[in-house]
Design a protein around this ligand. Structure first.
Ligand code: SF4
Length: 235
């Protein structure tokens, strides 16, 4: 599995290039809340919601006292406002109760497995959100799995799993050294631009030779699209 992931990573770098990472790791709570906002919407809308939120509050502590209804209005552009407002508020309240402070820096001392276990104990925090915190804020060598990455790795035949969480667990111990960020980012691009849910553009796919998908689509020409705005790179 490690060799295959390494091969996939190299082919994607050849095709998309090496994604550029920020020099400083963003605050883990910023990433966690940004990831909640990004659920079931595109990165542009979740970035607008994130910026709205940041412009209205001075600190995450302040958010605890904001009424859920008002928070819902602030983040409305990201969709599912009520659900996301509830999740964010309940997370912050539980964190304060448990740790007596609004910080998840204590997670930094834990290994990957323990950190995922600890974060997913909070209501509304799943493996994807927790693994984004590990990758983007703590610089761990993990590859968070969303629906795009789930689809691609199953089509390739690398895993046979029903959910992104199961895929994350199947690959987590096989990510080649120092490649979690690159692999994650380029797989997302592949999922948004080429390996689409329906009508994948297999004739221009850099992974075509490795792929076991039975319903590949080959056309001479596909319209070129580019979609490399990633919320978590902007935080
Ligand atoms: S060959 Fe087609 S199905 Fe396979 S990964 Fe590439 S785009 Fe997706």
């Amino acid at each position: 599995m490690k060799k295959e992931l390494s091969n996939i990573n190299n082919l994607l770098i050849q095709y998309f290039g090496l994604p550029v990472r920020k020099k400083e790791n963003p605050d883990p709570l910023d990433i966690l809340i940004g990831t909640i906002l990004s659920q079931n919407t595109n990165d542009k809308n979740s970035f607008k919601a994130y910026n709205n939120l940041k412009s209205k509050i001075k600190s995450w502590e302040e958010l605890i006292s904001i009424k859920t209804f008002n928070l819902e209005k602030i983040i409305k552009v990201a969709g599912l406002g009520k659900q996301k407002a509830r999740t964010i508020k309940s997370f912050l309240k539980n964190l304060q109760k448990k740790r007596d402070s609004i910080s998840i820096d204590y997670i930094k001392k834990m290994n990957n497995e323990m950190a995922i276990e600890e974060l997913t104990r909070f209501k509304g925090i799943g493996v994807k959100t927790a693994s984004c915190v590990l990758l983007f804020s703590f610089g761990r060598n993990v590859c968070p799995v969303d629906t795009h990455i789930q689809r691609i790795l199953n089509r390739l035949g690398l895993v046979k799993t029903k959910t992104p969480d199961k895929t994350y667990k199947a690959i987590v111990n096989f990510i080649p050294e120092n490649s979690g960020y690159t692999l994650h980012t380029n797989l997302l691009r592949l999922g948004r631009e080429i390996c689409l849910p329906s009508n994948p553009k297999c004739s221009i796919c850099p992974l075509e030779k490795l792929c076991e998908y039975e319903h590949k689509i080959f056309f001479d020409k596909f319209p070129k699209t580019e979609n490399k705005f990633f919320l978590l790179d902007e935080i």
